[in-house]
Every structure is written in C-alpha cells, then in structure tokens.
Ligand binder design. Sequence first.
Ligand SMILES: Cc1cc2nc3c(=O)[nH]c(=O)nc-3n(C[C@H](O)[C@H](O)[C@H](O)COP(=O)(O)OP(=O)(O)OC[C@H]3O[C@@H](n4cnc5c(N)ncnc54)[C@H](O)[C@@H]3O)c2cc1C
Length: 301
Amino acid sequence: MSIVELLNHKLINGIKVNEPMADHTSWQVGGPADYYVSPVGLDELVEVLSVCCERKIPALVIGNGTNLLVLDGGIRGMVINIGPSFSYVKPVGEKLIVGAGTPMTLLAFTAAEESLSGLEFTVGIPGSLGGAVIMNAGAFGGYIGEKVGLVRLVNLEGKLVELKRDELEFGYRTSNLIGKGVVYEIELNLTKGEQAVSKRQIDYFLAERQRRHPNLPSAGSVFRNLPDQPAGQIIEQAGAKGICIGGAEVSTQHANFIVNTGKATAADVLKLIKTVQALVKEQYGLELKPEVKIVGEELAE
Ligand SMILES: Cc1cc2nc3c(=O)[nH]c(=O)nc-3n(C[C@H](O)[C@H](O)[C@H](O)COP(=O)(O)OP(=O)(O)OC[C@H]3O[C@@H](n4cnc5c(N)ncnc54)[C@H](O)[C@@H]3O)c2cc1C
C-alpha cells in the first residue's frame, strides 16, 4: 500500500501531497512538502513516525512555522504539524501540563488566569510551546527553558520517551531536544502569583512588541545576537536597514527582522540574509549566525 493510501486510511485529517509550505510559515514563503500531516492525538503521531521510520521517509516536525525559512524547492519527505489537536493546558498545583501545539500567547493568558506567574514574557511569541521549548524561546530577559520540568516526546522510531529536568539542557535559542523526535507534552514549573500583576505585565509586553516589531510577515529575529551586542544594532550600523532583494526587505523598523513586502520568495530572503552577513563581515569582521532554521531545497536554476 502506498504511504498516501495508508495514511489517508489511518489519519482523521488524512495526508496532503505537494503541500505549499508558504501556507504554513509566518514568512509566507517556501515550496511544497512531498507529504504533510497534522496528526490528531498521540496514537496518530506514533503511527506517522513509525511508518516514516519503516519506509525511511525523512520527517520534519513543525509547530506554527514562525522560525522557519523553507526554501523554494520545498521539503523532500514528511512534514508533521503539531497543531491544534495538541493544544491544551491542564493546571496541577503550581504546574501546568501543556500540549506542544499550544500557542504561546494562549499559554501566557491561561497561566495568568490560573494566578500562576512566570510565563508573562511569552505573550506575543507567535509560535507553539513545542517549537518554543526546542528553540528555548525567550523575550524580555526570560527563557522558556527555565520553566520546563519535564518533556514528553515520541522519538524517531515511534517510541515514547520522557526527559526530566536534569536530562535537559537549554542554551541561547537551542536545546538538547533538537533531533530527538517530536515533543508532544511539556510540564512547566511556575509559582503562585497575582492575576492582576501578571495581566499588567502581559499588557506591557504586548504593547512593547507592537511598538518594536514590524507588522509584515516575518520570522522574528533572523540572526542570533552577538555576545555583547544585539544583532539588530550591528546590522543598522552596517547600513543594511531598508535593503531590498525582490520582495524581501531588511525592516526599516527593526533591523534584525527581514519582512516579506508581498511577493518575496525564499530565495529573496536567503540572498538578503547572505547580503547582510557579508556587509557586517566586511565592515566589522563579525560573523552573524541565523537564528531561524533554514530547511528544504533550493529551486534548481
Ligand atoms: C513576529 C515574530 C516575533 C517573534 N518573537 C520571538 C521572541 O520574542 N522570542 C523568540 O525566542 N522567538 C521569537 N520568534 C520566533 C518564533 O516564534 C519562536 O522561535 C517560536 O518558539 C517557534 O515556534 P514554532 O511553533 O513556530 O516553531 P517552528 O517554526 O514551527 O519550528 C522551529 C523549530 O522547532 C522544531 N519544532 C517545532 N515544534 C516541534 C515539536 N513539537 N517537537 C520537536 N520539534 C519541534 C522545528 O522542527 C524547527 O526546528 C518570533 C517570530 C515572529 C514571526
């Protein structure tokens, strides 16, 4: 039986073929994935990973696609989306047990509603909790890794694995979860707080994001900050603000954002990334490293 017949039969949402990844990334660029699935629940996720393992089909997991540059040639293999069917928040004392598909903003508001403090800084990060934990997303001095008590994942052979706090390592926009499989549930350790105080912080962080961030499609900060300087500052000093290639532009509002002004391709974005790197290298001898994950294949010329 073909993989399409098999997964159409086994999965509630079926399987999509040649699915345009531009529809699943915040940059709104990227070519087709050979196969695209959104499993409903753990059994379906295990099924998909087991089938990919058996048939040697490479699998890429995505959450909300807000930190991804998918190249125009698209993705060979299976894209597994951890989305709404993995979105839930269960309070247990000062802990939250959260599905990996839960949007970060929903999580911040739910924690505040439960009078639990510690996640206010995550409001407005447009990703899912799974993507945020993998990337150790952070903002306003906070990092999600600091709150993680336990991670449940399905490994690449389709087996369930639990990783406890002392087995987890988080660094600047990275973790030792990368490459281990698909995270489906996370336990977060929070502290008792005051709803009104959390809500005031949330309002402040949302207002700051609105003030600082451009309104066009992007993937947030493109480059990792340098050890002693924000990447945006050095990009601005290098005179790169406002440079355009095709439909991609170094934001005039925040130099570490590359925005899609309407008709960008992934090739435009990638060329602009390389142009900014070259300018900064030439003028300051510094290497800017992408924070965004670049995946898939370039289009053959
Ligand atoms: C406007 C804007 C503002 C942003 N602001 C911030 C910010 O303040 N701080 C910050 O850190 N980031 C920020 N980002 C980047 C992004 O939102 C975060 O990195 C987010 O945590 C990524 O989550 P995601 O679900 O979109 O992951 P995706 O982009 O879908 O994936 C990111 C990586 O995680 C992996 N992954 C995703 N889900 C899973 C899973 N369940 N199991 C295993 N691997 C998984 C993917 O394979 C990929 O390698 C911003 C982005 C935008 C567009």
